[in-house]
Write a protein that binds this ligand. Structure first.
Ligand SMILES: NC(=O)c1ccc[n+]([C@@H]2O[C@H](COP(=O)([O-])OP(=O)(O)OC[C@H]3O[C@@H](n4cnc5c(N)ncnc54)[C@H](OP(=O)(O)O)[C@@H]3O)[C@@H](O)[C@H]2O)c1
Length: 281
C-alpha cells in the first residue's frame, strides 16, 4: 500500500484520509492569501483531501478561503466544519450549517461537529444534526473536545451513538486521552481526529524527537506527526500555511517508527498513568 492510501475508518465503514489539513488562522490576512491557497492546493495534490474548518475560524473567512482555493475540486474533498455551542440547538445548527454551506459554496458538508461543550442543548443538537443528515446537507456528524464522561452522556441520548468522530487535542506532548478516552472510542470503532498534532508549534525545541529526526534525515515535526499517525484509529489535521510544511507533513506518512524509537519517545513523553482531564486549545 502506498502512503497516499493510508486511511482510517468511520463507524459507517467509510474510509477517510488519516492525514488532512487544518485551517485555523488561515484566510484572515490578505497578504498571506495566495500562499495559503497554494499550500492547500498542494496538500490536496498530495492526497491531504480531508480539510478541517469551523464557522469560528476567522468568523467564516477560513470557510471562504477553502471555497476559493478548492471549490473546483469539491468532489475530491472530505470537508469537516464545526458549529459554535452558542448555536447548539435544533434550529441553531440548521441555520449555522446553511451559513457554512454558503461560505464553502457547497451543498453538503461531509462531517459536521459541535465545536465544544458550552451551554448547548445536546438533545437538540443531535436532532438538528439528524435532520441535516436526512436533508442531505451533511453526511456525518460528530463532536469535538468531548471528554469520556461527555461521550457517555452523548451516547445515553437518543441517536447519540450515531456520532462519527470526536476531534480532540492529542499529540506526543499531550497524551492524556490515551488513559480512557481513546480506548472508549476504539471500543466503539470511532476514530479520533487529533487537532494540534504538532502541538501548535510548541513542542520542545530540543527533545528525543530531534535525535530520531537527525538519525533519519527528517525534521522533528515530521517525527511528531508520524507518531500521531501511528496511533490506531487516530487521524491528524496539521495546519500548514506554506508549501514546504505541507510537503513535509505529507512525507511524514512514509515514516514508520520502530518499537525502539517508540520506546525512546515514551521515555520522554510519558503515557498517562491516571486520568488527566481533556485539554483544550
Ligand atoms: N476542535 C478544536 O477545538 C480545534 C482546536 C485547535 C485546532 N483545531 C484544528 O486543528 C488544526 C491543527 O491544529 P493547530 O493549527 O492548532 O496546530 P498544529 O497543526 O499542531 O500546528 C500548526 C503550526 O505548526 C506549523 N507547522 C505545520 N507543519 C509544520 C512542519 N512540517 N514543520 C514546522 N512547522 C510546521 C504551522 O506553521 P505554518 O502555518 O507557518 O506552516 C503552524 O504554526 C487547526 O488548524 C484546526 O483546523 C481544532
Amino acid at each position: 500500500m502506498t502512503s497516499l492510501q493510508k486511511t482510517v475508518q468511520l463507524p459507517s465503514g467509510e474510509q477517510i484520509p488519516a492525514l488532512g489539513q487544518g485551517t485555523w488562522e488561515m484566510g484572515e490576512k490578505s497578504r498571506a492569501r495566495a500562499d495559503e491557497i497554494e499550500a492547500l492546493q498542494t496538500g490536496v495534490d498530495l492526497g491531504l483531501t480531508l480539510i478541517d474548518t469551523a464557522e469560528m475560524y476567522g468568523d467564516g473567512d477560513s470557510e471562504k478561503l477553502i471555497a476559493e482555493a478548492l471549490g473546483h475540486r469539491r468532489n475530491e474533498l472530505f470537508i469537516v466544519s464545526k458549529v459554535y455551542p452558542h448555536n447548539g440547538s435544533e434550529t441553531g445548527v440548521k441555520a449555522a450549517c446553511e451559513r457554512s454551506l454558503k461560505r464553502l459554496q457547497t451543498d453538503c458538508i461531509d462531517l459536521y461537529l459541535l465545536h465544544w461543550r458550552g451551554g448547548e442543548d445536546l438533545e437538540g443538537v443531535i436532532a438538528g444534526f439528524e435532520n441535516l443528515k436526512a436533508a442531505g446537507k451533511i453526511r456525518h456528524w460528530g463532536v469535538s473536545n468531548f471528554d469520556t464522561e461527555d461521550m457517555v452522556e452523548l451516547f445515553a441520548l437518543e441517536n447519540g451513538n450515531r456520532c462519527a468522530s470526536n476531534q480532540i487535542l492529542y499529540n506526543v506532548a499531550r497524551r492524556g486521552p490515551e488513559f480512557d478516552l481513546l480506548p472508549w472510542m476504539r471500543e466503539r470503532n470511532m476514530p479520533a481526529m487529533a487537532y494540534s498534532p504538532v502541538d501548535h508549534s510548541r513542542l520542545p525545541k530540543q527533545s528525543v524527537l530531534n535525535d530520531i529526526a537527525e538519525a533519519r534525515g527528517v525534521s522533528p515535526t515530521q517525527i511528531a506527526l508520524a507518531w500521531v499517525l501511528q496511533q490506531p484509529g487516530v487521524l491528524a489535521i496539521p495546519k500548514a500555511s506554506t508549501i514546504a510544511h505541507v510537503k513535509e507533513n505529507a512525507a511524514a506518512r512514509d515514516i514508520e517508527l520502530s518499537s525502539e524509537e517508540l520506546a525512546q519517545i515514551d521515555a520522554q513523553f510519558k503515557p498517562p498513568k491516571s486520568k488527566r482531564p481533556l485539554e483544550m486549545l
